[in-house]
Design a protein around this ligand. Structure first.
Ligand SMILES: CC(C)(COP(=O)(O)OP(=O)(O)OC[C@H]1O[C@@H](n2cnc3c(N)ncnc32)[C@H](O)[C@@H]1OP(=O)(O)O)[C@@H](O)C(=O)NCCC(=O)NCCS
Length: 316
């Protein structure tokens, strides 16, 4: 079990961004062999957003998070962008974001597929423990660029978006209470995208493994944080399929009113999915200072990543 260091930390800003273009299930029904009813029932998705670049969506989400934190980009000590859809091979998209926002601290892209945001949070938090003070974590993907829009089995699922959090060293406890990262490489082939190609997926098998990975990883993070699921104010799972979320939540004994869901309006936005759902819940006042929030992601690899964070900031 990884240890937790004692330096105090807080989430002091958050922000998200979605492209303007809404793609509804009816849009697919009009041109593919599918239906609104099938997509809703089998996935829980009603509509999704396509458009923008990874840099542009990230910049919007990051600017909102920085504004809320009351920080200028020049005050940042580190930026981590979690993405599997960098706009170009080099430079890293985080470098393009740096150019636009005007910071010169350390910055890099991290790729752990749809589990990436949680990986980035854990890495960023460890850098706070190592002595840095202000860290920006961005999760952004533009999956509309890597799907065959005529393939009904993937086109209806994947979409674009971004979410960002600002972590700050503060007096008191660390906001990261427990975490778990891992991979099951027997699932490597189940979800794949060659460079310049389109996503291919064995949906049924991904589904089965995703439920298991979410439950096991969430339980590991809970155990490490010495909490049980009844102490969790909000569960923010990766937004891939409502049936995966419901199966995991049921096993974790977390009721619907403590679930964060944006999937119906966003589709699967990979690295952006957890921060999009978390930001919306925070904006709606569904989490309060001191609440424990459970985040659980899974993705191609099959990677997984869960963590328990204590919500709130030193200003409250
Ligand atoms: C993809 C997924 C929605 C399919 O749902 P499912 O209930 O497992 O459906 P099945 O795979 O049994 O497919 C049933 C049929 O629906 C068809 N189908 C697939 N997509 C369809 C669509 N958009 N509209 C209508 N039919 C569709 C399949 O071709 C299959 O037809 P067949 O029986 O003639 O071969 C589901 O498996 C899933 O969400 N898997 C996990 C995917 C995931 O989370 N990926 C991201 C990981 S980060």
């Amino acid at each position: 079990m990884p240890g937790l260091s004692g330096r105090g930390s807080s989430i002091v800003g958050w922000g998200s961004a979605l492209p303007d273009q809404v793609v509804t299930n009816a849009d697919f029904q009009a041109r593919l062999d599918t239906s609104d009813e099938w997509i809703r029932e089998r996935t829980g998705i009603h509509e999704r957003r396509w458009g923008g670049t990874t840099a542009s969506l990230s910049i919007t989400a990051a600017s909102r998070a920085l504004d809320m934190a009351g920080l200028t980009p020049g005050e940042l000590d580190l930026v981590i962008l979690s993405t599997a859809t960098s706009d170009q091979t080099v430079p890293a998209t985080s470098a393009v974001i740096a150019g636009e926002l005007g910071y010169s601290c350390g910055t890099f892209d991290l790729d752990a597929a749809c589990a990436g945001f949680t990986y980035a949070f854990v890495v960023g938090h460890s850098m706070l423990q190592a002595g840095l003070d202000n860290i920006l974590i961005i999760g952004c993907d533009t999956l509309s660029n890597i799907i065959d829009k005529d393939d009904r089995s993937t086109a209806v699922l994947f979409a674009d978006g971004a979410g960002a959090l600002v972590l700050k060293a503060t007096p008191g406890e660390a906001c990261l209470r427990g975490w778990d990262l891992g991979i099951d490489t027997s699932a490597l082939h189940l979800l794949w995208c060659n460079k310049g190609g389109y996503i291919t997926m064995e949906g049924k098998e991904v589904f089965r493994k995703a439920v298991r990975a979410t439950i096991d990883s969430a339980n590991s993070a809970l155990e490490q944080s010495k909490l049980t699921s009844d102490a969790i104010a909000l569960f923010v799972p990766h937004q891939a399929n409502k049936r995966i979320i419901d199966a995991a939540a049921q096993r974790l004994e977390i009721p619907e009113d403590r679930l964060a869901i944006v999937l119906d309006r966003t589709g699967n936005t990979s690295s952006a999915s957890i921060p999009l759902a978390l930001c919306e819940a925070a904006d709606k006042g569904r989490i309060s200072h001191g609440d424990h929030v459970l985040l659980a992601g899974f993705g191609a690899g099959m990677t997984w990543a869960s963590m328990v964070v204590r919500w709130g900031n030193s200003k409250q």
